[in-house]
Write a protein that binds this ligand. Structure first.
Ligand SMILES: *[C@@H]1O[C@H](CO)[C@@H](O)[C@H](O)[C@H]1NC(C)=O
Ligand SMILES: *[C@@H]1O[C@H](CO)[C@@H](O)[C@H](O)[C@H]1NC(C)=O
Length: 250
């Protein structure tokens, strides 16, 4: 089976190569060699939570709640039971501001970062266009989509690679290495399936919701890639804008 994320566009501000930019004054960075760096990072995130949800333009962090994503294309070709193309456009995700950081493990010596993040509730609203087959049923239509996800937990490991860049400054390149995603409960609704045929539409929505765990098994890699792409859209600009000395002073 091949599972592919064929298109994903994130609206990321173009990074201007401004040197000498400093962190907003309300951010007290953690020291690189702080023996309690993980605890320090947890506190730092807690302190800047209100700023993160509204966005921090000085750090190229776009608003997180709602998080806006222009489009996501999910395409699954397989000889198996799930076979569809779904295009979601104009996505708005609500609830990210209530994220709970369960664990942060940062280690510059072995160049690793691990985060374990829980979202108690997340709602996605978008337009959709879908055509294909899910398990035993055909699915086709376009209209409004709503997805409610309870207790999403993502564990992500990153490599932190230190590279010397402009002005001889060290920057951290952050690269995703591994993700595992678990969803507690999922409730989806596609409006206007089959040109608004209510009976077929209701039946398909009910079927998807009754069988979301099986569906999830099939499209897990796709969802994991999507989560990584969104998380990287948030983290990468920060690490590209600020040097290691700015973010983690000695
Ligand atoms: C990095 O080091 C920490 C603690 O020293 C350890 O817990 C972690 O497993 C290490 N990670 C890797 C990828 O070696
Ligand atoms: C999603 O949650 C909202 C409340 O946050 C609710 O109004 C809506 O009906 C839910 N939709 C589905 C498909 O469960």
């Amino acid at each position: 089976m091949t599972v592919k994320l064929i298109g994903f566009v994130l609206c990321i501000t173009v990074i201007s190569e401004i040197s000498g930019r400093s962190l907003p004054s309300y951010i007290k960075p953690c020291k690189r060699d702080d023996p309690n760096i993980n605890e320090c990072l947890m506190n730092l995130l807690e302190n800047i939570r209100p700023y993160i949800s509204k966005g921090i333009p000085e750090m190229h962090i776009l608003p997180l709640d709602p998080v806006l994503v222009p489009s996501v294309t999910l395409k699954q070709d397989s000889a198996g039971s799930v076979n569809f193309v779904a295009l979601f456009t104009d996505l708005k995700g609500y609830g990210a501001k209530n994220f709970q950081m369960q664990t942060i493990k940062a280690n510059f010596k072995n160049q690793s970062l691990e985060i374990d993040l829980n979202l108690p509730f997340f709602r996605i609203e978008s337009r959709y266009e879908v055509n294909g087959k899910i398990l035993i049923l055909p699915i086709k239509g376009n209209g409004k989509f709503v997805g409610n996800v309870t207790n999403a937990e993502a564990k992500i490991k990153f490599d932190l690679i230190i590279v010397k860049k402009k002005n001889n400054k060290n920057f951290i390149e952050i690269k995703p290495k591994k993700i595992t995603l678990e969803l507690g409960a999922v409730k989806l609704h596609f409006s206007n399936l089959f040109n608004g045929n209510k009976q077929l539409g209701d039946q398909t929505n009910r079927f998807i919701n009754d069988n979301w765990k099986d569906l999830m098994k099939e499209i897990r890699p796709l969802l994991e890639d999507t989560v990584v792409t969104i998380v990287m859209g948030i983290l990468k600009p920060v690490f590209e804008t600020f040097s290691m000395d700015d973010l983690f002073p000695v």
